[in-house]
Design a protein around this ligand. Structure first.
Ligand code: SF4
Length: 268
């Protein structure tokens, strides 16, 4: 493995990590950044549960943060408490800025996301992207459960990179080359907790009003923002590295804030 300096202010990013196992990738990140400056960004999908299990085998108290949009299913909250109990960890919960949510729903309605893609992106920005920025301000690296086979927008996700939207911050995807079957095998073999909605036809779970069950044979993310026909139907906290461009969408001026012009899948 070699190390290269990727930015003046950034950490040194190792190269040659693509052939490493998931735990080895995590060890590289922990070793370089320290356990206090690296955290799993968890929406408590099955990949996140595997990551928490793996990192808990490396450090006694892995940092885990989540974005509580205020619109999550009860089953997700139940799982959060299950994870706290199972691993004996604290979960760092980041909420949206209350004033921005109040302004948004007062002017556009509680269910604004159904009205237009622009509205949906605004809601995701206020409830997810901006809080993510605050979470990442406490970190030098974040670990995600992205897998290449999840969707076309994720097919080129590297296991370790400098976050293109956040210079100097490592973005780590140890499960990038895992299959869905491998994730679920790990969960079953380890008897790990998972979201009860998965047993009701929900392979990918986000906010309650924006997630539905999928039919057999449908893409696993087909139940996310299913009413939209344009864009990549992602929430904006990741970008599409295969597009060859940084997918950044300027959010509407009404919601502009300190973390604006973050990556947005929706513009891909
Ligand atoms: Fe809003 Fe839906 Fe995005 Fe959640 S997934 S932040 S409810 S638009």
């Amino acid at each position: 493995m070699t190390v290269e300096r990727v930015s003046a202010e950034g950490a040194s990013i190792p190269t040659g990590t693509e052939d490493l196992e998931a735990s080895e990738v995590l060890r590289v990140a922990v070793g370089a950044l320290g356990a206090d400056r690296l955290a799993i960004a968890s929406s408590f999908g099955p990949e996140d549960i595997v990551l928490i299990d793996l990192l808990a085998g490396i450090v006694p108290k892995p940092r885990v943060f989540t974005l509580d949009t205020g619109r999550l299913p009860q089953e997700t909250y139940d799982l959060m408490d299950g994870v706290r109990r199972r691993f004996g960890i604290e979960i760092e919960v980041f909420f949206p800025d209350a004033a921005r949510v109040e302004t948004m729903v007062r002017t556009k309605g509680l269910n604004l996301f159904y009205a237009s893609v622009e509205n949906r992106r605004e809601c995701c920005h206020v409830r997810k992207v901006e809080p993510l920025g605050r979470a990442l301000a406490t970190l030098d690296g974040w670990v995600t459960g992205l897998r290449r086979e999840q969707s076309p927008t994720r097919a080129a996700v590297p296991k370790l990179e400098e976050d293109p939207a956040r210079p100097g911050v490592w973005k780590v995807a140890p499960l990038a080359d895992w299959s869905g079957d491998a994730v679920w095998s790990w969960i079953r073999e380890r008897d790990l907790p998972y979201n009860a909605l998965h047993d009701r036809g929900y392979p990918s779970i986000g906010c309650a009003p924006c997630t539905r069950a999928v039919e057999p044979g449908e893409d696993e993310r087909a139940g996310r923002w299913w009413w939209e026909s344009e864009g990549d139907r992602e929430c904006g906290i990741h970008f599409d590295p295969r597009s060859g461009r940084m997918v950044r969408t300027r959010v509407p001026a009404a919601v502009a804030g300190p973390f604006d012009e973050r990556s947005s899948d929706g513009a891909a």
